[in-house]
Design a protein around this ligand. Structure first.
Ligand code: ADP
Length: 151
């Protein structure tokens, strides 16, 4: 059976930390699907359309990486597209506490779903979408923190 991993997130914006998780995931799975969670009630700084294009471009040389948007439960999406793995990054214990609950809830919804955690590379562990958004808002150069150019 093909090993398909779903890498879900808000990706507002997608960062070099996320890129690192995908590049490591590519070595472990037959396919990695980056799924941008869109919530129509929640305003984004970087639009989902922009993010799809930027991420697609980032992985243009990786035929096993795909990018989609979704607005439903992650476990439902995983089942629908035949992904048996969820890929997530862990930066610290705060991530762990949060991810632990989510992973268990996902498994409750879809029993065959395994969440695989990759520990962040130290170079990227301080990077978060929140930090990038904050720096960007105040005109700081964020080009070293993201793998594509902002408009
Ligand atoms: P969410 O809103 O679902 O937490 P994010 O877009 O913030 O989504 O993050 C998606 C995933 O990427 C999460 O598993 C998060 O822990 C991981 N992640 C975020 N930043 C980094 C980083 N710098 N290095 C590795 N993983 C990261």
């Amino acid at each position: 059976m093909k090993k398909i991993a779903l890498f879900p997130g808000s990706f507002d914006p997608f960062t070099k930390g996320h890129e690192d998780i995908v590049l490591r995931g590519v070595k472990m799975f037959d396919e990695v699907i980056i799924a941008i969670g869109v919530n129509s009630q929640k305003k984004r700084t970087f639009s989902a359309d922009f993010m799809v294009e930027a991420i697609t471009n980032t992985f243009k040389n990786y035929p096993t990486v795909k990018v989609i948007c979704y607005e439903e439960l992650t476990a439902h999406l995983a089942k629908k597209i035949g992904a048996n793995y969820i890929l997530r990054g862990l930066r610290n214990t705060i991530d762990f506490e949060y991810e632990n609950t989510i992973a268990q809830a996902n498994q409750y919804i879809y029993n065959e779903l395994e969440t695989v955690f990759l520990i962040t590379a130290p170079t990227f562990s301080f990077i978060s979408s929140t930090i990038v958004r904050e720096l960007y808002k105040y005109g700081e150069d964020v080009s070293q923190l993201i793998p594509y150019k902002l408009p």
